[in-house]
Design a protein around this ligand. Structure first.
Ligand code: ATP
Ligand code: LTN
Length: 332
């Protein structure tokens, strides 16, 4: 019998992966594969709530598969798959649409945010997205879902939907916990530390595949604070710009905030900003090289995501069959 706990997470290939996605959830994933039975997927079904260019989407999904592996996910030790390859996601997604309430979906911050940004395309999928995300999670009965801070609300609604369903039909779904790491949970934009680093605002965003010289330039230009103190001190309220850079440096080097403050004591921002840039360049260098190498080997990538889909389907279909049975659908 499998005694390991289960863990699952995914990222939408709706843009290039960036430092926020890496330092937030992704860098923690490889540490979990020994302890947990892990599923990691490309959430491609989710991307079409916003219009996508088909060729770009296809390229980004493959790049993301390569990046997952390059970041340290060993396909022999965890299940890496593409969401649209496992039909059970869309199937359970529909079922859970019928157990997610209009009121609770209306309260989702991400829906309100995206609806205000894409006024010409406020489609039903954008609204019901959390029900599909709940299906992604519940199909695998995970104990833990590691995400960035902004996805916490979606994991919470997933728990609510699961509890509602279990309340009617008995213990069908395991209730998952979100896992949000402390350092790196919310990396802020490099040119506007009041908003999170996000691919939708590319200027303050640092993409994983950027060249070292571009990374250095972005860090040298990073917005720091207009306080007179000009010292490297972690104080997110008073000094959001510098605190964001400290957080990035801490996540990239493993140093504590105290150590960093001591390291740059009395040195102002002039030395600190390039040091953060260097640390990020060094963190990303092996990931970039490995991603390029893997992207040149399409046959290998295909073998990974095919095997992953097969393993994922096995688990997912087991849960789906159980759900269908509980609902009263006639077995095939
Ligand atoms: P969008 O621009 O569409 O909002 P995004 O750039 O915020 O996208 P997502 O694809 O929504 O990125 O997020 C992927 C994962 O990375 C999620 O778990 C999310 O919580 C996490 N994440 C995204 N941005 C950050 C960030 N700035 N800091 C920490 N974690 C982040
Ligand atoms: N909403 C997430 C991606 C996502 C996800 C999931 C994360 C879709 N389904 C299930 C964890 C578990 C995002 O990155 N925006």
């Amino acid at each position: 019998m499998n005694e390991k706990k289960t863990m699952l997470s995914g990222i939408q290939p709706s843009g290039e992966l960036h430092l926020g996605t890496y330092l937030g959830p992704l860098r923690h994933w490889p540490n979990m594969i020994e302890e947990y039975d892990c599923y990691f997927f490309m959430a491609d079904l989710h991307t079409i709530t916003v219009r996508q260019d088909p060729a770009a989407l296809r390229r980004r999904v493959l790049t993301q598969v390569a990046q997952y592996i390059a970041c340290g996910l060993d396909p022999e030790k965890c299940t890496i798959f593409i969401q649209s390859h496992v039909p059970a996601h869309a199937q359970l997604g529909w079922v859970l649409d019928c157990y997610a309430m209009f009121g609770e979906l209306s309260r989702m911050t991400q829906f309100k945010d995206k609806a205000s940004k894409h006024k010409d395309n406020i489609n039903a999928g954008l609204f019901t997205y959390p029900a599909l995300m709940a299906a992604d999670i519940l199909l695998y009965q995970p104990d833990l879902v590691p995400v960035g801070d902004d996805q916490k609300q979606h994991v919470e609604i997933c728990r609510d939907i699961a509890e509602r369903f279990n309340g009617i039909y008995g213990e069908v779904f395991r209730i998952p916990e979100p896992y949000i790491a402390k350092v790196g949970a919310r990396i802020m934009s490099l040119n506007d530390p009041s908003s999170k680093m996000s691919k939708s605002s590319p200027d303050g965003c640092l993409f994983l595949m950027e060249k070292p010289e571009d990374i250095m330039r972005k860090f040298k230009r990073a917005v720091t604070d207009s306080d007179t103190e000009r010292c490297v001190r972690y104080a997110p309220q008073e000094k959001p710009g510098v605190s964001n850079l400290i957080q990035i440096y801490a996540a990239a080097t493993g140093k504590s905030y105290d150590e960093i403050e001591r390291e740059f004591d009395g040195q102002g921002y002039g030395k600190f900003k390039p040091a953060v840039g260097e640390a990020v360049v060094e963190t990303l260098r092996p990931i970039q090289a490995e991603t390029e190498r893997l992207l040149a080997d399409k046959a290998y990538l295909e073998s990974v995501y095919r095997a992953g889909a097969e393993k994922a389907s096995y688990t997912a279909e087991k849960t789906l069959r159980k759900v269908y049975k509980k609902l009263g659908f006639v077995a095939k």
